[in-house]
Design a binder for this molecule. Sequence first.
Ligand SMILES: *[C@@H]1O[C@H](CO)[C@@H](O)[C@H](O)[C@H]1NC(C)=O
Ligand SMILES: *[C@@H]1O[C@H](CO)[C@@H](O)[C@H](O)[C@H]1NC(C)=O
Ligand SMILES: *[C@@H]1O[C@H](CO)[C@@H](O)[C@H](O)[C@H]1NC(C)=O
Ligand SMILES: *[C@@H]1O[C@H](CO)[C@@H](O)[C@H](O)[C@H]1NC(C)=O
Ligand SMILES: *[C@@H]1O[C@H](CO)[C@@H](O)[C@H](O)[C@H]1NC(C)=O
Ligand SMILES: *[C@@H]1O[C@H](CO)[C@@H](O)[C@H](O)[C@H]1NC(C)=O
Ligand SMILES: *[C@@H]1O[C@H](CO)[C@@H](O)[C@H](O)[C@H]1NC(C)=O
Ligand SMILES: *[C@@H]1O[C@H](CO)[C@@H](O)[C@H](O)[C@H]1NC(C)=O
Ligand SMILES: *[C@@H]1O[C@H](CO)[C@@H](O)[C@H](O)[C@H]1NC(C)=O
Ligand SMILES: *[C@@H]1O[C@H](CO)[C@@H](O)[C@H](O)[C@H]1NC(C)=O
Ligand SMILES: *[C@@H]1O[C@H](CO)[C@@H](O)[C@H](O)[C@H]1NC(C)=O
Ligand SMILES: *[C@@H]1O[C@H](CO)[C@@H](O)[C@H](O)[C@H]1NC(C)=O
Length: 654
Amino acid sequence: MQLSPLQSRLAASVAASCFLIVLYLTLFSFPNFAVATEIPIPKQETTPVLFVDDLSDDDDLSSIGVAQDATYEPEFSLGLDRSIIGRAPAGVTALVNNVEMPMNVVAGTTQLFMFPLSEGQVSGREAAEERSSLELRGEHNTSQERDLVGEAIVEREDDTDGQSLAKRQKTAARTIYISANTCEQPQPVNGTQTTMDPPQLTLFVSTSPSNQNPGPLANSAQQVFVEFTEGAVMYNLSTNSDVYLGIHAPNVSKVFSAGTYNFRVAASTDDWFHSYNVETDADLIWVDSDSQGALLITHNLTNNADPSVEEQIMKSQPYVMFAQNQNDRSINGMMYSYCGLQNYAQIAATKNGQHTSMVQTGMTKRGPGNLPKQQFYFSGLNASANYVGILAKNGNSSGSGNGVVGGGGHVFRATNFSTKSDHGNCAIVLNLTFCDQVAYSVPSNPSYGNATQLAQFYDSYASSMYANFELVLAQIACEAPSTQRYSLVRNCTDCAAAYKNWLCSVTIPRCEDFSNDATYLQPRALSQPFPNNDTLSTDILGQFPNTTAYNSSRNPLIDSTIQPGPYKEVLPCEDLCYTLVQSCPASMGFGCPKPGQAVFNVSYGRRSAQADADGEITCNYPGSAHLFSGTIRTGGTVPWGSLSVAGLLGLLLL
Ligand SMILES: *[C@@H]1O[C@H](CO)[C@@H](O)[C@H](O)[C@H]1NC(C)=O
Ligand SMILES: *[C@@H]1O[C@H](CO)[C@@H](O)[C@H](O)[C@H]1NC(C)=O
Ligand SMILES: *[C@@H]1O[C@H](CO)[C@@H](O)[C@H](O)[C@H]1NC(C)=O
Ligand SMILES: *[C@@H]1O[C@H](CO)[C@@H](O)[C@H](O)[C@H]1NC(C)=O
Ligand SMILES: *[C@@H]1O[C@H](CO)[C@@H](O)[C@H](O)[C@H]1NC(C)=O
Ligand SMILES: *[C@@H]1O[C@H](CO)[C@@H](O)[C@H](O)[C@H]1NC(C)=O
Ligand SMILES: *[C@@H]1O[C@H](CO)[C@@H](O)[C@H](O)[C@H]1NC(C)=O
Ligand SMILES: *[C@@H]1O[C@H](CO)[C@@H](O)[C@H](O)[C@H]1NC(C)=O
Ligand SMILES: *[C@@H]1O[C@H](CO)[C@@H](O)[C@H](O)[C@H]1NC(C)=O
Ligand SMILES: *[C@@H]1O[C@H](CO)[C@@H](O)[C@H](O)[C@H]1NC(C)=O
Ligand SMILES: *[C@@H]1O[C@H](CO)[C@@H](O)[C@H](O)[C@H]1NC(C)=O
Ligand SMILES: *[C@@H]1O[C@H](CO)[C@@H](O)[C@H](O)[C@H]1NC(C)=O
């Protein structure tokens, strides 16, 4: 449930009233604090983790609603050492380790929080350990003692009657991770007129007891401040005293509506509850797109080839993804905020996300190395549009939400991608049975059929060609003793794999828009009409050679069956051909055209380090994608025969 600013304010005041009433009752219904601490507390309540009962397997971060808010303070005051509440000044909200606090802040004001550290505000397990060790010693040891529990040095005063648990603890300095996400921000009154983003919130942090109200008006020598970046802030410090936080909303210009922000703040002794990382390479890889869809994958989720590890990962879907048309400014200023993206992103591939019908996600092992990856397949996008895709993780690998280390979500660096023009003659195919590495745009025509039928056309053609190859391969002495084999370094398995990679790349052309001007693209089927019956003007046709390589597809069956019309082909990489020649017996007669020959230029492409780094795909190979960096494999240097593609396909007819 999402709090509107008004609801949040109401909730805050209800919570505050309840808190006062309960505090009043608890203070005066017991003779003194000491007695209060005698009340036996069930074990799970001793952990300072709130909402435990509200935590479900459901990952929905926004499930913290008004009701929980209203009961928050009372639960807190009963469940924890009272002195923590006692020391939190009025108007200051106490934070609990690894529990996020949703809050509104009105423009020009500051919300105050404190993270009590000196009173043993530690993680649940440590608190329990500490308590049990204290109780144990309380029974048997009465003199002053020191004990080291975890990182905390606990010092206890002599208490002969065993009733007073008033204790003084001195904690060793530890790292405190403070993080916050902006979930709602003021929106432009007139979106077409206002091009600037609303100003960001600012986090103020103080560890000085004489500055318990950090903010723009406090002594700047006693605090640090960090402005949010794209709706998120991460700050860590090392301290052994209470941490005071202020989250300040700047004054907002009148071009923005009601100046209220909604944010979530959390402090942790373990790790950042909310986090983002924009330093590393994009974790999301744009594979390809067509006029209304796009395919993106993650990096390898493991390098461990252990089948059981792989199987475990294949069952998980660790990531969520958000996508946004770059013309739509609604996530601007909140691109690093998990809850901001959840609230405003146009398309969200999350469990409870909006527009989930527009995206399918699943696991795949496609691509070099055949290691597990998560893929996202979008449909229903606009043609010729630019999008930004943002990968995110909801919580840590074992769970999400309050009480989980890093449970607030992690946002990765964004990846840009774009869709193709609406000629509609390039369409993404995936899930091919034989050419299982193929997942890219292929020449198509909407009137031919849906993506499944299109995939089937290409796949069955390739697999029928492969059947011919297998007949030829059957005549090679594959199982002979090594001295009688065709090669000492390659065997029939290598030959078959090389042939399959080559065959799938050659028979299933990777399609680009005709309007794409990249020089490495080969124009095809220029003399034919587009699916909407438009034809290229003679002016345009005159710019290209009037030859078969330009006027038809590589495989004539594509022109006669699919009839895609003019498109451009990302040529297969030359190394696919070289590997084939190297891996198969010479008697099969495979050969590759030489670079520089006219037939080479219309048949094969070459990898380019520069273009790869720019995310361009200069040639097609199994698992190729817009990588924007990475290592580049170069072709071999072996001399090649001169058999053309036609010759190679001719061989299949043997
Ligand atoms: C009592 O405290 C001493 C250290 O002061 C410790 O060595 C001893 O184990 C404690 N006894 C019990 C029963 O915890
Ligand atoms: C928003 O601003 C644009 C450009 O200044 C103007 O044409 C349009 O009428 C405005 N819309 C509203 C609802 O005020
Ligand atoms: C903050 O975290 C970073 C990275 O986790 C670490 O390198 C740095 O030492 C930390 N700073 C403090 C003050 O703990
Ligand atoms: C913000 O607005 C308030 C009231 O309008 C004003 O008192 C304050 O000085 C302003 N703050 C800044 C930083 O401009
Ligand atoms: C996955 O791992 C393989 C083998 O290590 C590597 O070749 C490939 O580039 C990796 N793919 C991605 C997307 O990182
Ligand atoms: C498609 O374009 C329309 C009109 O510009 C826009 O309203 C809509 O949000 C866009 N949809 C997507 C998914 O980009
Ligand atoms: C995830 O959170 C749980 C619960 O806080 C914690 O026990 C676990 O260590 C965390 N896992 C990672 C990888 O941080
Ligand atoms: C591809 O196959 C996977 C797993 O079999 C499935 O989840 C997914 O929906 C399929 N995608 C398409 C576009 O057919
Ligand atoms: C594609 O069309 C075929 C035949 O009309 C139909 O059986 C199949 O369900 C369709 N597939 C999808 C994904 O729409
Ligand atoms: C072919 O060689 C590879 C190593 O290059 C080896 O893993 C494979 O088992 C061999 N296959 C056969 C059928 O000998
Ligand atoms: C294109 O022309 C053919 C034959 O002239 C006709 O059957 C078809 O409907 C036309 N297609 C479109 C999209 O106009
Ligand atoms: C291309 O050549 C063919 C015959 O070779 C000719 O009929 C056709 O008109 C030519 N097309 C153009 C655009 O010159």
